[in-house]
Design a binder for this molecule. Sequence first.
Ligand code: NDP
Length: 252
Amino acid sequence: SAKPLDGRVAVIVGASSGIGEAAAEHLAWLGAKVAVVARREGRLEDLVTRIEKNGGSAMGIAADVTHADRLREVADTVEEELGGADLLFNNAGVMLPAPIEELRTDQWQHQIDLNITGLMNAIGAFVPQLVRTAAERGVADLVNTASIAAHNIFPNFAVYCGTKAYVTQLSRNLRTELGAKQVRVSAISPGTVGTELQSHVTDDGAREWLDSSKQTMEWLTPQDIAQIVGFIATLPPRANLQEVIVMPTGQP
Ligand code: NDP
């Protein structure tokens, strides 16, 4: 039977865990052919197997998005194997809060390299495909993962918040360029989602602050965000959800 995303090709960057993994499963379930990208090859293989078991179509491509050349190879593979992407879920990211005075310059750079430069590498690699497939198929989607951190104030999260404000402002501006070519640009800005994101935090204070929030609210799940990606992609081609802010009900 016909599915809402039949005939569409989705690339999910940062698909080996958390939000990206759930989005890949959901988009495949909606009928898209998915290409899943991240560094951990074994995790991608398990995901592809699971999607195929559920009747979907998937391929895994191991890549580090901070390397622009590698991303262009990934885009070439998607072009050759799947005929070009008409949906990019640009979702790889890392959150490393710490007081600025600790001068964790390595962690500042890591967040900038992945959340900003990695995001741009994927845009650079896939925008030509999105523009071409939009012309051929009537619509394409560029969905960037931002965060509530782009809007609200979180002490000790300044660098992360800065990278995510970049993502929302970039997205708002890009949609005026690409919308004219029938490429919809969206940003998804979630509050706290239970994923591996929190496990990379090294600062004890930030870790405790995150953990203690579980007592006052139920965190969102990756599946909650996956539903939103599916909703964005299945809207009529004339409708572009510019930004979705989705919070745990109990998060202020
Ligand atoms: P996860 O840590 O579970 O997922 C991060 C994904 O990014 C993984 O698939 C990881 O795969 C991938 N990734 C990391 N580094 C690279 C790299 N150099 N090259 C390619 N892929 C990479 O966390 P989430 O699912 O929570 O994070 C997804 C996005 O959601 C991020 O942009 C995050 O900032 C954002 N977000 C998360 C929120 C939350 O509370 N969880 C709230 C708001 C936004 P691998 O390690 O295999 O490369």
